[in-house]
Design a protein around this ligand. Structure first.
Ligand code: ADP
Ligand code: MG
Length: 697
C-alpha cells in the first residue's frame, strides 16, 4: 500500500514546501504578492527561484519551462536546462528570479488571430504565482500567462485571471450590501468531470482517422453498441483498472484532486472527476489531467480519446463544468442559507446567474463551440444547442411563488417574503436526473454541461465569470443607491424572475417539442459552430468583455478569427484524411474482395451451366454499384475541398466547410459504411467499430 498522503503533491512546489524552504520574510513577501495580485520584486524572485531550483534538483529535474496555454487549446512548453557555464569547461545549475518571473519563448508560430505583427512576434510569458510550480517529466514547470509586448492576451489563462478579478470585484459589492464586511475576496470554484474513451493502441494506430482527427470518419454500426446500458457504472476491466490506478497516482503527485472514476454509458467510455478547486487551478489541473491521461494510456498500450464524438451512433464525451462562487471565509454563495438574510442573498446570486445566462445565451454557446462539439449538442445524447437552466421543481416553484406574490406550496407553506422568511430546505439534486439540461442547478452549484471533452475549460469559465460579474454589477449599481434596501431588493428579485423565467426549463431537452417551445420563448438555437461564432463579435458581447477588462475588442476579434480558422482547418483535415483513407484503404479493400469474387464467378462459369447465376454474382453487382457511387462521392468531396479554397472571408469559409465539405463527407461516409457491411473481414483493412470498442479486455 502506497503512502498516498505523502505521494500527494510530492511533485508540487506548494505552500508547505515554500514555507519550509524560504526565509520567513521572503515567504511573507511572496504570499502578499499572491494575495494582492501584484508583481514580484526581483530580489524576492531571486530567492524563490533559487529555492525552487534546489528543490527541483533534489527531485531529479534538469530543466525548467514556462508552461503556458496558447490559443491552440493545449499547453505549450519550451525546455531550458539549468546549466550555466562558469568558464574552465565546467557548469553550475542556475535559475534566476528573472527567469522565473518572465520568459520569452520564440513562440511566433502560435495562433494570434492577427494580434502580433511579426516584428513583435515573440510575446512573453509571465509567472502566475497563484498556480504552483510543479515537476513533470524531469522538468520544473512554471505556470505562466502568455502576452504580446503591447500587453494583449495571446493565451487562455490571461482572460481567465482577469475574469476572476471582475467577479471578485462585483460579488464583493453585493456582499457589502448585505452587511458582510469580513469577506476580503470572492473566487469562483470549478470541478470539471472529464469523459474519455480508452481503446487498444494497436487498433488505434490502424485507424488514420483516429490518429489525425481524433474521431472515426467511417465505421458501420457494431452489432452491439450501448443499447443494453450494461457499461454505465459497470465493473471496471482489469486493464482499465490498472490504467486508472496509475493515472490517479500520477495526478496525485501533481497535487490534482482526482476523486471519482467510473465507466460511462458507451462501451470503452469512462469518466474522471476531481474535487473542485479555484477556477484557474482547476483549469491548469484539467489541462494536465488530459495530458497525463494520454501519456499513461500510452504506457499501458492504450490510446485515450478525448474527442467529443469519436464514434457515430455512440455517445460522445463532454466535460460537466461544476461552478460556484465562494468567499475567502469559506461561504458558498450558491448555498441556500439558514437565516432570512442569508436566503435573500442566496436568491439574489441565484437570479443573477439566471439573468446572466439568459442575457448571454449566445456567448455561453460560443464558449463551447467547436467542430467536435457540433456532433454532440442536440444529438439526443448531450444537451441541445439551446441554452436553458434546470432548477428542479422545488426551486422553480419557490421562484414562481415569489413572481406571483403567493404562498409557496411546498411541504411547509410559507409566504415568501424576501429578507423576512426562511427558505424551505429542499433536497439537493445530486442525481443526474436531468442529463438533458445544458445548465443545471444541483443544490449548491451550477453544472454547465455543454462543454466538450477536448476543451480547455478556460473559455467557458471566463465567459461565465464575466457575464455573472456584469449582472452583479448592474444589481450593485441599483442597490447601492437604494434608500430602502429590503423592499428594493425584493422588487429586484421579483423583476428579475419575471424578466428571465423563460430561460428556466425543467423538462426533457431531447424532446422535439422543446425546440418549438424554446423558439416561442425567444431562446436562441445556434446549431453549429459557424452559426454560433458571429455572436462573439456582437456589440453587446464585445462591450461586456471590455467593460470588465477581460478581453479588449481587439482580443475578441482576434479570438473570433482563431476560432473560425480552427473550425475550417478541422473540417479540412477530416476531409483530407477521408480522401486519403478511401484511396489507400477502402478502394484497395473493396477491389481485392471484388477480385476474389470475380475469380470465383469465372471459375464457376467454367464449371458449367448450372453455376451460371450464382449468389456471388449478385453480391458483386451490388458492390460494383456501390463502387460507382463511392467514386462519384469521392470526386464530389475532392472538388468541394478545392472550391472552398477560393473563399477569402473567414466566416463564409467556415460556413462553406459546414454546408459543402462536411455534407459531402457525410454522403461519402454512408457509401463506405454500406460497403463495410458487404465486404469480407479478411479484405477490410481498417478495424471495425466492434473491434475498436471492444478492444480492451
Ligand atoms: P456527484 O455529481 O457525483 O453526486 P457532486 O455533484 O458533489 O457529486 O460533484 C460533482 C463535481 O462537482 C465534482 O467535481 C465536485 O468537486 C464538484 N463540485 C462540488 N461542489 C462544488 C462547488 N461548490 N463548486 C464547484 N464544483 C463543485
Ligand atoms: Mg455531474
Amino acid at each position: 500500500m502506497k503512502d498516498i498522503p505523502n505521494l500527494f503533491g510530492s511533485m508540487v512546489f506548494h505552500d508547505a514546501v515554500m514555507q519550509a524552504r524560504l526565509p520567513k520574510d521572503i515567504y511573507k513577501a511572496l504570499k502578499k504578492t499572491i494575495a494582492d495580485g501584484k508583481r514580484l520584486q526581483l530580489d524576492v524572485a531571486n530567492v524563490v527561484a533559487n529555492a525552487m531550483k534546489d528543490w527541483a534538483l533534489e527531485k531529479g529535474a534538469t530543466h525548467f519551462t514556462h508552461w503556458f496555454q496558447p490559443m491552440t487549446g493545449i499547453t505549450a512548453e519550451k525546455h531550458d536546462s539549468f546549466i550555466s557555464p562558469i568558464g574552465n569547461g565546467k557548469i553550475i545549475m542556475e535559475f534566476s528570479g528573472s527567469e522565473l518571473v518572465r520568459g520569452e519563448p520564440d513562440a511566433s508560430s502560435f495562433p494570434s488571430g492577427g494580434l502580433r505583427a511579426t516584428f513583435e512576434a515573440r510575446g512573453y510569458t509571465a509567472w502566475d504565482p497563484t498556480s504552483y510550480a510543479f515537476i513533470k517529466d524531469g522538468t520544473l514547470c512554471i505556470p505562466t500567462a502568455f502576452c504580446s509586448y503591447s500587453g494583449e492576451a495571446l493565451d487562455k489563462k490571461t482572460p481567465l485571471l482577469r475574469s476572476m478579478e471582475a467577479i471578485d470585484r462585483q460579488a464583493l459589492r453585493i456582499l457589502r450590501l448585505f452587511g458582510n464586511d469580513k469577506a476580503k475576496s470572492v473566487s469562483t470554484t470549478v470541478g470539471p468531470e472529464q469523459e474519455y474513451f480508452l481503446i487498444d493502441k494497436e487498433v488505434f494506430l490502424k485507424r488514420p482517422d483516429l490518429v489525425y482527427c481524433g474521431r472515426t470518419l467511417f465505421g458501420a454500426r457494431p452489432s452491439k453498441g450501448q443499447e443494453m446500458e450494461d457499461h454505465y457504472f459497470g465493473a471496471i476491466k482489469s486493464r482499465v483498472s490498472a490504467f486508472m490506478k496509475n493515472l490517479e497516482e500520477e495526478l496525485w503527485k501533481l497535487g490534482i484532486l482526482a476523486k471519482t472514476k467510473h465507466n460511462e454509458v458507451a462501451p470503452a467510455q469512462h469518466e474522471l472527476a476531481p474535487v473542485f478547486s479555484t477556477t484557474n487551478i482547476a483549469v491548469d489541473h484539467n489541462q494536465l489531467t488530459m495530458e497525463v491521461m494520454k501519456r499513461v494510456a500510452n504506457e499501458h498500450g492504450l490510446a485515450c480519446l478525448l474527442h467529443e464524438k469519436p464514434f457515430a451512433g455512440i455517445n460522445g464525451s463532454g466535460k460537466h463544468n461544476n461552478w460556484s462562487m465562494t468567499t475567502d471565509t469559506g461561504a458558498n454563495l450558491l448555498e441556500p442559507g439558514e437565516t432570512p438574510s442569508e436566503n435573500a442573498q442566496f436568491l439574489l446570486f441565484l437570479v443573477a446567474v439566471i439573468k446572466a445566462v439568459d442575457d448571454y445565451q449566445d456567448l455561453l454557446r460560443v464558449s463551447i463551440a467547436n467542430a467536435g462539439n457540433d456532433h454532440r449538442l442536440g444529438a439526443n445524447e448531450a444537451p441541445p444547442a439551446i441554452v436553458s437552466i434546470f432548477l428542479g421543481d422545488e426551486l422553480t416553484e419557490i421562484l414562481s411563488a415569489i413572481d406571483d406574490n403567493r404562498e409557496y406550496q411546498g411541504k411547509e407553506k410559507i409566504q415568501m417574503e424576501i429578507g423576512a422568511s426562511v427558505l424551505p430546505h429542499f433536497p439537493k439534486d445530486t442525481t443526474d436526473r436531468n442529463r438533458t439540461s445544458p445548465f443545471a442547478f444541483t443544490g449548491n452549484k451550477f453544472e454547465f454541461r455543454m462543454v466538450g471533452s477536448t476543451f480547455s475549460i478556460s473559455g467557458p469559465n471566463f465567459t461565465l465569470n464575466t457575464v455573472v460579474a456584469e449582472v452583479l454589477s448592474q444589481f450593485a449599481d441599483q442597490l447601492e443607491k437604494s434608500k430602502n434596501f429590503v423592499s428594493d431588493l425584493s422588487a429586484l428579485i421579483k423583476k428579475t424572475i419575471k424578466d428571465h423565467k423563460r430561460i428556466i426549463f425543467n423538462g426533457n431537452g431531447y424532446d422535439n417539442a422543446w425546440v418549438e417551445e424554446a423558439e416561442r420563448r425567444g431562446l436562441l438555437n445556434l446549431k453549429t459552430t459557424p452559426d454560433a461564432l458571429p455572436a462573439f463579435i456582437a456589440k453587446k458581447n464585445i462591450a461586456v468583455f471590455e467593460k470588465h477588462h477581460v478581453l479588449s475588442p481587439n482580443e475578441v476579434e482576434s479570438r473570433y478569427e482563431i476560432f473560425l480558422d480552427n473550425y475550417s482547418k478541422t473540417i479540412n483535415i477530416e476531409a483530407m484524411t477521408m480522401i486519403d483513407m478511401v484511396n489507400k484503404e477502402i478502394f484497395p479493400s473493396v477491389i481485392s474482395y471484388q477480385n476474389e469474387l470475380a475469380v470465383l464467378i469465372k471459375r464457376k462459369k467454367d464449371l458449367g451451366e448450372e453455376f451460371l447465376t450464382s449468389p456471388e454474382e449478385g453480391l458483386l453487382v451490388k458492390i460494383s454499384k456501390l463502387m460507382v457511387c463511392l467514386e462519384k462521392r469521392l470526386t464530389e468531396l475532392s472538388e468541394q475541398t478545392v472550391q472552398v479554397k477560393g473563399i477569402s472571408d473567414s466566416l463564409e469559409l467556415a460556413k462553406a466547410y459546414r454546408e459543402k465539405v462536411f455534407m459531402a463527407m457525410n454522403e461519402l461516409r454512408l457509401t463506405v459504411d454500406e460497403l463495410e457491411m458487404l465486404v469480407s473481414k479478411k479484405h477490410w483493412t481498417i478495424p471495425s467499430y466492434g473491434e475498436i470498442l471492444y478492444s480492451v479486455n
